[in-house]
Design a binder for this molecule. Structure first.
Ligand code: GLA
Length: 334
């Protein structure tokens, strides 16, 4: 079931939010196609919000944690904001030092998507014009949010009139203890990956490395905090986990809280999962207070900067082709 209600005024327009409900309730705002809450039953059946979020449209659009938003055109970093496509070199906005991050200065997270209710799904549409943030092609994007039982599915669709790059993700920050609990270090995580991508000092991936015998081994469930402060070059660079895991299976990851009993399973058709432990959260985020490591993200995507590494699956969307990818977040209790 989908219900809508007035939320806030943004740039002179009234903005409604949409609640998708079945066994879980998911609240969505069209600014940035942002997910504002995911309320799921805990082990006693009480609904708990497990998603960090902002409270006003202006904060949703501006916050540099990309909290709950769809990120695009390309998630993550592109080295020096440069790439070559069909022999043409392109320069994207450099909005993170030398690099391009999460779509540039005005990414999808700041855009007002057009909402349409389609049965039990909410469609959010956006047109991104040719040249926006340096990307070629007029790109049409549709994000479909659906709730069925205890599952929340995100489908991304897109098409462009020129060959372009497309690598969307959803920047959800979870704390399975409950969003205001303060720390995710006791959340237990398992990731279906034998390898991850090491990064340089600007968090640009350099090469694949085995997770075995490193703090990056989440092949068996372990608390996020177990190894996060180990002396490890990669953890030091990122101030925790902020790395892409190379997925072996469409059951990408799972996580649970021993406090609330809430379990999360992540399914995706993407090859990469950016596991980010909120290392840059620094207290005040709009009107909410979210300290460092009070939320974790499992951002499904192509490998970051893959366009500059031809061995990796390329995030290229050819003119006239249809892009589709799907990620599902499924909740249960212990
Ligand atoms: C992603 C990146 C992080 C950081 C956050 C937003 O997860 O990998 O380095 O930029 O987004 O704060």
């Amino acid at each position: 079931m989908i219900t809508q209600q007035y939320f806030d005024t943004y740039e002179g327009k009234e903005i409604n939010v949409y609640q998708l409900s079945d066994k879980i309730d998911v609240l969505i705002c069209p600014i940035g196609a942002t997910v504002l809450s995911i309320r799921v039953p805990d082990r006693f059946g009480k609904k708990t919000d497990v998603l960090l979020s902002m409270t006003e449209c202006a904060e949703i659009a501006k916050n540099d944690a990309y909290m709950g938003s769809v990120v695009g055109r390309c998630a993550n970093r592109i080295s020096n904001g440069k790439f070559n496509l069909n022999g043409v070199s392109y320069q994207l906005t450099q909005n993170k030092g030398q690099n391009h991050l999460h779509g540039g200065n005005v990414g999808f997270n700041q855009k007002v998507f057009k909402p349409t209710i389609d049965g039990d799904s909410l469609l959010l549409e956006l047109d991104s014009p040719d040249g926006e943030e340096g990307y070629p092609g007029n790109l049409k994007i549709v994000v479909r949010y659906s709730v069925k039982g205890s599952s929340f599915a995100i489908d991304y669709y897109a098409a462009s009139d020129k060959d372009t790059l497309f690598n969307p993700t959803s920047h959800l920050y979870f704390n399975l203890n409950g969003e205001s609990d303060g720390s995710i270090l006791d959340n237990v995580v398992q990731i279906t990956a034998d390898s991850y991508l090491q990064v340089d000092e600007n968090l640009i991936p350099t090469e694949k490395a085995a997770v075995a015998n490193t703090p990056f081994d989440f092949s068996k469930p372990k608390p996020i905090g177990q190894d996060i402060d180990c002396q490890d070059v990669q953890l030091n660079i990122a101030g925790g986990y902020d790395h892409n895991f190379c997925l072996e299976d469409d059951h990408a990851a799972c996580a649970y809280s021993t406090k609330s009993g809430v379990c999360l399973d992540v399914f995706t058709d993407c090859c990469g999962l950016q596991f980010y432990t909120g290392n840059f959260l620094n207290g005040q985020q709009g009107k909410s207070v979210y300290d460092r490591r009070s939320g974790f993200c499992m951002e499904t995507q192509f490998f970051p900067n893959a366009i500059n590494n031809s061995e990796w699956k390329q995030p290229v969307l050819k003119a006239g082709e249809k892009f589709h990818s799907c990620t599902q977040y499924v909740f249960s209790t212990l």
